[in-house]
Design a protein around this ligand. Structure first.
Ligand SMILES: Cc1cc2nc3c(=O)[nH]c(=O)nc-3n(C[C@H](O)[C@H](O)[C@H](O)COP(=O)(O)OP(=O)(O)OC[C@H]3O[C@@H](n4cnc5c(N)ncnc54)[C@H](O)[C@@H]3O)c2cc1C
Length: 410
């Protein structure tokens, strides 16, 4: 049996930041991580030799508020700016590319839908994104697919109030060597106990008792940074059970699906394609591609919502075939061979994530601040889902971890 003042559960962006803050405040803590690795939903894999690929978080959002940006600058890492895909991309449907300039029409429609959402909920109850927008527009199908891609749930499952609450002021930046790799640099010097899942938190007595894969730990306080998917699936047992107001918050902020795929070809396959494009040739709706990131010979495909959930269940091979079929719709079947390398993410099936990132149910946007509330001044909650204005992001998770550490240290 071990004892400490504060236990942090989870070594992702929130947990690592909480640990750094507690160290700065000279507090005694232990950081426990269930999996064999650090970084949580920031994880870089290898697509091919010397070709890193982010299976999880990829873009440094809000660089000025993002501690990873400072690190990227310190190490002079190679960065690429987001190509503003809604205004710079091309769209393929009905056997051809839509004329250049169409992307501006989509961009204008896109902005109007956010205005429509703001009008729809002004002085009224929160509603779904679908119920707030103009679904008869020629661009509505693109909005539905691209919204689900970025937000993990389809427009009828997502809160309009939550959509409007996210603060986005700066351009995103991607790191050539991978955001997951950068997160490992960020963790340097932070002591982490790996392979140490927390199974239960008993807060019935004067000290907390945490039952872990490596024995029992006593503590005064705990900072939980596990994903809301883990909390919702009752991956950690609480004794006594969590109060209903906390359970409601957990249920209101489900993690949806967001799949990242890369297909690597001989350069000849890709060089005719635009930097960003969306193929709309089947009943599954528009599918978005980013071509040759950092000048490498692969396409990145990102999908979200029900189509991503269905593809993850179908398996990696089916996902690759699905995406290949789209490319063949554009280039012809002979021009697109099977990729030389491929990689497909699968966050729903990850035991320690149980989904990609949170998206509030209609009517549940206010649950984020409730999810962030501590219980009994002893059980603190941090992580992306607890951020009201920067959920689903690395910087939101980091800020929540810092704030929880400050609160727990008092
Ligand atoms: C595919 C995908 C793409 C994304 N793209 C971006 C992007 O481009 N930019 C961006 O800013 N954000 C992006 N995000 C979101 C970003 O990855 C998350 O918001 C952020 O990583 C969450 O950090 P966290 O610390 O809250 O949670 P996590 O990273 O999930 O960390 C929680 C940790 O807790 C551990 N854990 C779970 N259960 C237990 C247990 N019982 N005991 C001990 N440890 C446990 C987990 O293993 C994990 O390491 C993306 C996410 C995904 C999945």
């Amino acid at each position: 049996m071990t004892g400490t003042k504060i236990v942090i559960v989870g070594a992702g962006a929130a947990g690592l930041t909480a640990a750094k803050e507690l160290r700065r405040l000279e507090q005694n803590f232990i950081l426990l991580e269930a999996s064999h690795r650090i970084g949580g939903r920031a994880y870089t894999e290898v697509l091919a030799p010397n070709m890193p690929f982010d299976l999880g978080a990829h873009w440094i959002m809000e660089p000025s508020k993002n501690p990873l940006m400072r690190l990227a600058e310190r190490y002079r890492l190679r960065l690429e700016k987001d190509g503003k895909h809604y205004t710079a991309g091309r769209y393929f449907e009905d056997g051809g590319w839509l004329p250049k300039g169409s992307e501006r029409d989509l961009g204008a429609y896109w902005d109007k839908q956010f205005e429509a959402m703001a009008q729809a909920i002004k002085g009224h109850q929160d509603i779904s994104v679908y119920d707030a927008i103009d679904n008869d527009n020629r661009w509505a199908g693109y909005f539905h697919a691209l919204y689900a891609k970025d937000n993990t749930r389809d427009v009828d499952q997502a809160s309009a109030e939550d959509a409007l609450a996210f603060v986005r002021e700066e351009d995103d930046l991607a790191v050539a060597s991978g955001l997951g790799t950068l997160m490992i640099r960020y963790s340097q010097g932070v002591p982490v106990m790996l392979n140490t899942a927390v199974r239960s938190v008993d807060y019935s007595g004067s000290r907390l008792k945490l039952n872990t894969a490596k024995g029992r730990i006593h503590a005064d306080k705990v900072i939980l940074t596990v994903s809301n998917g883990v909390l919702a699936s009752q991956g950690i047992e609480f004794k006594p059970a969590l109060p209903n107001w906390k359970l409601d918050a957990i249920q209101g902020l489900p993690l949806g699906s967001h799949t990242r795929v890369a297909l690597m070809f001989d350069k000849a396959v890709l060089h005719e394609l635009p930097a960003y494009f969306t193929i709309n040739t089947s009943k599954e709706g528009p599918i978005h591609f980013r071509n040759q990131p950092f000048g490498n010979d692969y396409v990145e495909i990102v999908m979200g919502g029900r189509v991503a959930e269905w593809l993850e269940k179908s398996g990696q091979r089916a996902t690759v075939e699905f995406v290949l079929a789209k490319l063949r719709d554009v280039l012809g079947s002979k021009a697109v061979p099977y990729p030389t390398h491929h990689i497909v993410s699968a966050w729903n099936g990850d035991e320690w994530a149980k989904g990609a990132y949170s998206c509030a149910q209609p009517g549940a946007a206010d649950q984020r601040s409730i999810l962030a509330q501590a219980i009994d001044n002893r059980i603190y909650f941090a992580g992306e889902a607890t951020s009201s204005t920067a959920y689903a992001s690395i910087h939101g998770a980091c800020i929540s971890g810092r704030d929880a550490a400050r609160a727990a240290a008092t």
